[in-house]
Structure formats: C-alpha cells, structure tokens
Design a protein around this ligand. Structure first.
Ligand code: FNR
Length: 186
C-alpha cells in the first residue's frame, strides 16, 4: 500500500524560523510509516499575475516556471498539507500568499486535507494571519474542519534547542496530526 505523504509549508524564510521548527516537530510526531517533507523554494516563486498562469488557457500550467512547477508537484505528491506561518503586519506573509495564489487557477489544493497553524512571539498567536489563511484555504477548496487550525502564542518560550518542548503545544500538534490523518482517511 502507498505510504501517506505529508507536505509542510513554512510561511517564514528565516533559517532559524520558529514556524519551521514547529513544522519539523510536527513531522517528528507523525507515525513512522508516514513520510514528511518541508517544501523549500517558496522564495524562488515569481510574483503571481493573472494571465501568466493557467486561467483561460487550454493547457493548465502552460507557463508555469520551474519554481512554480516544483511547488505544484510537491502539492500533487502529498496526501495532505500543513502550513505553519508567522503573521506580518496582521496578515499572511506575502511570500506564502503569493505561492498559494499560483494554485487558484489549477486547483492544486482542491480537496486536499490541510492543517493551518500560526505562531507568534506575541500573546495573539498570529490570529489575524491564521484567520486570513483559513479564508484563503476555503477559497482554494481544501478539505478541513473546525479542528484544522491552531494558533501558538508566545512561541519563543515553547522551543528549546530547535525543537518544541512545551508539553501543551506538543499535545496540540499531536491533535493536528490526528485530525489531518483523519481527513486523509475520511
Ligand atoms: C512581525 N511580527 C509580527 N507578529 C505578530 O504576531 N503580528 C504581526 O503583525 C507581526 N508583524 C511583523 C512584521 C514584521 C515586518 C516582522 C519582521 C515581524 C513578529 C513575528 O511574529 C516574529 O518575527 C516571528 O518570529 C516570525 O516567525 P519566524 O520567522 O520565527 O517563523
């Protein structure tokens, strides 16, 4: 039987990103027979502009660049996607939103089980970005439920030596894993 494969997408490009650390920790909490990768190359994706992508074209994705193709292929090969993002100026980082915009015309995330996570050093947990991301994921036709979202406040105190160590947050991440796998199976 084919192994379940999960794709992680971090909204942060920083080398020591807390959001990427959360994704790595979540990956380590998945059952051992499930494969997990974090997409690299979000910063290589060109600025989206309607007409450059597939809408209105008979051949979907005809003009996709290598970077965009890599992104779309990574999504296609995944049974589910976890996005973990910081909040910038009360919104989703432009790099992440730009990448997601490329999937609108070709429906790459349509029916794809997703988990949306935001993390912030502030008490708010990046709630504005999370709400915005969830709206985008709804527009993209992803498969999710009320439990598919998690915001992690005061994130810096929950990480030690490049790993999430806070017990409550680890439990929340386990719950995200279980819910996501339920969506894959259901
Ligand atoms: C931020 N940060 C931030 N945090 C937040 O909760 N709400 C916000 O609106 C913003 N806005 C914002 C703007 C800019 C330009 C920067 C550089 C930062 C703080 C942000 O959450 C913090 O830098 C995180 O650590 C970024 O996530 P990574 O890179 O650690 O994953």
């Amino acid at each position: 039987m084919k192994r379940i494969h999960i794709l992680g997408i971090s909204g942060s490009l920083r080398a020591d990103s807390t959001n990427t650390i959360i994704l790595k920790t979540l990956g380590s909490l998945l059952p051992s027979d499930i494969t997990f990768e974090i997409f690299e190359g979000l910063d290589k994706i060109e600025h989206f502009s309607p007409g450059v992508d597939s809408p209105g074209l008979s051949t979907p994705g005809l003009f996709d660049s290598e970077a965009v193709k890599r992104f779309k292929t990574a999504i296609a090969q995944a049974d589910a996607v976890v996005i973990c993002t910081p909040e910038y100026a009360f919104g989703v980082p432009g790099t992440l939103k730009n990448a997601l915009d490329w999937t609108v015309g070709t429906g790459d995330l349509n029916d794809k089980p997703v988990s949306a996570i935001s993390a912030s050093p502030l008490n708010s947990g990046g709630n504005n970005a999370l709400a915005s991301l969830l709206l985008t994921l709804t527009a993209l036709g992803t498969k999710k439920n009320e439990a598919s979202a998690l915001s992690i406040p005061n994130v810096k105190g929950k990480i030690t030596d490049g790993r999430v160590t806070d017990a409550h947050t680890l439990n929340e991440l386990r719950t995200q894993c279980a819910n996501l796998l339920g969506l894959v199976g259901g």
